[in-house]
Design a protein around this ligand. Structure first.
Ligand code: 2FM
Ligand code: ZN
Length: 567
């Protein structure tokens, strides 16, 4: 297991961003597992640690993806992006992912001027080379074909049907020199090449700065190795402008710039800053207060992304920020791999809209799916170290046999038993009566708290949730060993000792599971009467005071009947 061994620096503010999804479609479980759930888990964790956190996301409204979606839906890029923006926001909120701002790059009033200012500053510093080069062209449609307007075979790894900008399999950027058998998405015809002028950023000039950043960034080992490999191959020039009529106009007087827009990957990450400005305007009454988050040694910025966004965040964005100079470089970039999909009885496949190999968040929620069950099912298989497989049929077992049988059942049996057989309140216990087993149980709780804290600090959320579930199993075993339903008949005082231990464990779970299961831990906190302070991370393993009245326990994970189950 690789480790990042990152301790939260005390007194630092943390700005968390999650990749801005293209506003050309709905969100599925792969998106959630890749960037949105991990960023939400981390933000919730830091807030429980008392850290001042802002979370920033929003839709990426520009680029060819939007133009293609508009063509497909006989609509306009503006209308399509507004539609999917709203649907994405609702889906995220539906599963408890509430960014402080979910902006939109085409509608945020700060975004175009900021992106143009950014470009102009790099231009004035001589960072761009204006060059004529051969780009794909569709003669039938009399149109240049940037990025996703072309599909073909990746010249690096041979994967077929790849977009003209990047290979989904090997993650490498593709251009006319490496894409094979290129065809126009507009006409389906083989493409031709035509000369056109663009502004290129020579990334090789930033090689040393990127390498230096990489050496001290908080980043997973697989990402570090991958980016080191790219650096070893040497960085090249990349065009930062496109022939497209949807996007941010290139802010140059030059007649050659007319009708051209900024490359979507130039303006998209700037969206993190422009969205922070919109948020600062709302929260601080001043958009420039965003500088306190972007240009201050009091703040650490973390980007959460999926593997396909790696080059853009760890090389191009770092080079852009280094060149611009006004903003701090991110402290970390947390990359998750793809989540593959497996329908019952079928092979493992990539998530794909056309093949129906995905679970859409809006459909899951509309079908009555509980947000926390999906969050758990994704966190427990989080593709942190390598790609993992999501099987929708597993959701039933995740709910019934893991969450329900382990955590739900524990709360139910302890609270129910105490109320009916012992007292209407949390019982007091006498420390003089602690047995070796009790002491061992307390030590296990303490150790779990420490280990889960280390996991959370290191962005190992999958290990953290796995350990919490395992602790739930330890608690159930302790109940079985103590058998309070028998003990109460012979030694009521000793029974209270066992129950007090278990109430401490319930409190620990109610706090430590909060980043993963926000709805359910609200109910747990209500059942245990936890105060805001008792719900802080540091307080997770401190004892729960006796004497608190217990309410009727709620069913935390109602059983799901699998298709084919006897009713
Ligand atoms: O892959 C995507 O969906 C991109 N729209 C991610 C952009 S992340 C950031 F730079 F905005
Ligand atoms: Zn490839």
């Amino acid at each position: 297991m690789t480790t990042l061994t990152h301790k939260i620096s005390s007194g630092k503010n943390v700005l968390i961003t999650a990749a801005l999804p293209y506003a050309n479609g709905d969100l599925h479980v792969g998106h959630i597992a890749g960037a949105y759930l991990p960023s939400d888990i981390y933000a919730r964790y830091l807030r429980l640690q008392g850290v001042n956190v802002r979370t920033v996301c929003g839709s990426d409204d520009h680029g060819v993806a939007m133009v293609l979606a508009a063509l497909k839906e006989s609509s306009t890029p503006a209308a399509v992006s507004a539609k999917y923006h709203a649907r994405q926001k609702a889906a995220l909120e539906g599963i408890g992912i509430n960014f402080d701002i979910y902006g939109a790059t085409s509608r945020n009033k700060f975004h175009t001027p900021l992106s143009q200012k950014f470009f102009k500053k790099l231009f004035d510093q001589g960072c761009f080379t204006k060059k004529s080069s051969e780009q794909y062209y569709d003669s039938a449609k009399a149109s240049f074909l940037p990025d996703r307007f072309v599909r073909g075979t990746c010249g690096y790894c041979g994967t077929k049907e790849q977009n003209g900008d990047q290979c989904e399999n090997c993650g490498k950027e593709l251009d006319p020199t490496v894409l094979k058998d290129a065809r126009s998405v507009l006409s389906g015809e083989p493409v031709t090449l035509k000369q056109t002028v663009h502004w290129f950023l020579d990334l090789s000039k930033f090689q040393a700065q990127v390498a230096h950043w990489l050496d001290q960034a908080i980043i997973r080992q697989h990402t570090r190795s991958y980016v080191k490999g790219l650096l070893a191959q040497g960085l090249v020039e990349r065009s930062m402008t496109r022939d497209l009529d949807w996007g941010i106009p290139v802010p140059l007087e030059d007649p050659d710039a007319q009708g051209k827009v900024l490359y979507v990957w130039f303006d998209a990450p700037i969206g993190y800053i422009s969205n922070s400005m919109e948020l600062a305007e709302r929260l601080d009454g001043n958009p420039d207060a965003a500088n306190e988050w972007w240009n201050s040694d009091k703040t650490d910025v973390y980007h959460f992304i999926g593997e396909d966004n790696t080059i853009f965040h760890t090389i191009i964005w770092i080079a852009m920020l280094a060149a611009e100079g006004d903003y701090c470089l991110p402290r970390g970039v947390i990359v998750n791999h793809f989540l593959n999909f497996q329908k019952p009885g079928s092979e493992v496949e990539k998530m794909s809209k056309s093949r129906g190999t995905a679970v859409w968040i809006s459909e899951y929620l509309a079908g009555g799916g509980a947000p926390d069950v999906l969050r758990y099912a994704l966190a427990i298989i989080a593709p942190e170290e390598s790609r993992s497989v999501f099987n929708p049929a597993d959701l039933v077992a995740r709910n019934n046999s893991e969450l329900g049988a382990t955590i739900g059942n524990l709360f139910q049996r302890i609270i129910q038993f105490t109320r009916s057989k012992v007292s209407p309140e949390i019982p007091a216990s006498d420390p003089a009566r602690f047995t070796d087993l009790d002491k061992q149980f307390m030590a296990t709780l303490q150790r779990c708290h420490e280990e889960v804290t280390a996991d959370m600090n290191d962005f190992h959320f999958r290990d953290a949730i796995t350990k919490l579930l395992e602790f739930g199993r330890v608690c159930n075993r302790y109940v079985d060993e103590q058998a309070p339903w028998k003990m109460i008949k012979v030694d009521p005082e000793q029974t209270k000792v066992s129950l007090a231990m278990l109430f401490n464990a319930l409190k620990f779970l109610a706090v430590a599971l909060a980043p993963f299961l926000p709805d359910t831990t609200e109910k747990m906190a209500q059942m245990l009467g936890l105060s805001k302070d008792e719900r802080l991370w540091a307080q997770a393993s401190t004892p729960l005071p006796a004497g608190r009245e217990l309410i009727e326990p709620m069913i935390l994970f109602p059983r799901i009947e699998a298709e084919g189950d006897q009713k």
